[in-house]
Write a protein that binds this ligand. Structure first.
Ligand SMILES: Cc1cc2nc3c(=O)[nH]c(=O)nc-3n(C[C@H](O)[C@H](O)[C@H](O)COP(=O)(O)O)c2cc1C
Length: 210
């Protein structure tokens, strides 16, 4: 059951550097993120998969020296568009038309509405909107990792400016949003592994309007 897997997962603090996540599992975790819904289907973010040890060591230094960045076997960097441009919006709408093989007036009106609304807005507002979409893929990747029995640590604890610099993201019109090291827990040396998972009780989290 998915719930069992979600209870199994935790924000792993120590990973076993001798264990590597098999590529088929990595592919399925990435595919779950690719299938994530996004506002207007724009998918305004990318995932950079970093395995290079030197690059990961640099990122670790920019991430509060968190060990999982280098102890995991793969580091997924979720990076959002720095802005919405007409090119980016048109590319996605054109792709939909091409893949579906038809155009539709309602859809084209919707494209125009986005073209009139997003690009004139402040770049920071657009980036933050794009970053929120990246978080949806991030959540699905965390879920998919748990489903695959792969450990992962969601991370916001890093300096995005430095990570953007290390990965050359600015030139690609991207800004790093979150990190997700994946690997396998090393229970000895992980203070969190045996601690109870704590969540607010359901009645404080969910209310119903019936
Ligand atoms: C967006 C986000 C950012 C986080 N940043 C970090 C981080 O930088 N380092 C870390 O060890 N854990 C980080 N966490 C893990 C949370 O502390 C953890 O998910 C939360 O305490 C719940 O515990 P659990 O994931 O073990 O169930 C982050 C989690 C999320 C969702």
């Amino acid at each position: 059951m998915l719930i069992d897997k979600l209870n199994w997962r935790y924000a792993t603090k120590k990973m076993d550097p001798s264990k590597s996540v098999p590529e088929d599992k990595v592919e399925r975790i990435l595919e779950a993120a690719r299938l994530a819904p996004t506002s207007s289907g724009l998918q305004p973010y990318e995932i950079i998969v970093v395995t290079n040890p030197e690059v990961r060591a640099k990122i670790q230094a920019a991430a509060w020296n968190q060990a999982q960045v280098t102890e995991g076997s793969h580091l997924l960097v979720f990076a959002a568009w720095d802005n919405y441009t007409p090119e980016r919006i048109n590319k996605m709408f054109d792709l939909v038309n091409e893949e579906r093989g038809f155009t539709n007036e309602g859809w084209e009106n919707y494209r125009q509405m986005l073209l009139n609304t997003y690009p004139p807005r402040d770049a920071q507002v657009n980036f933050e909107h794009a970053a929120r979409q990246a978080y949806i893929g991030f959540g699905l990747a965390i879920t998919a990792a748990a489903f695959e029995g792969v450990d992962a640590t969601p991370m916001e604890g890093f300096d995005p400016v430095q990570v953007d610099e290390i990965l050359g993201l600015k030139a690609r019109g991207l800004r790093s949003v979150t990190l997700l090291p994946i690997g396998y827990r090393q229970s000895e040396g992980d203070w969190l592994v045996n601690l109870k998972k704590v969540r607010r009780p359901k009645d404080e989290f969910i209310s119903k309007v019936a």
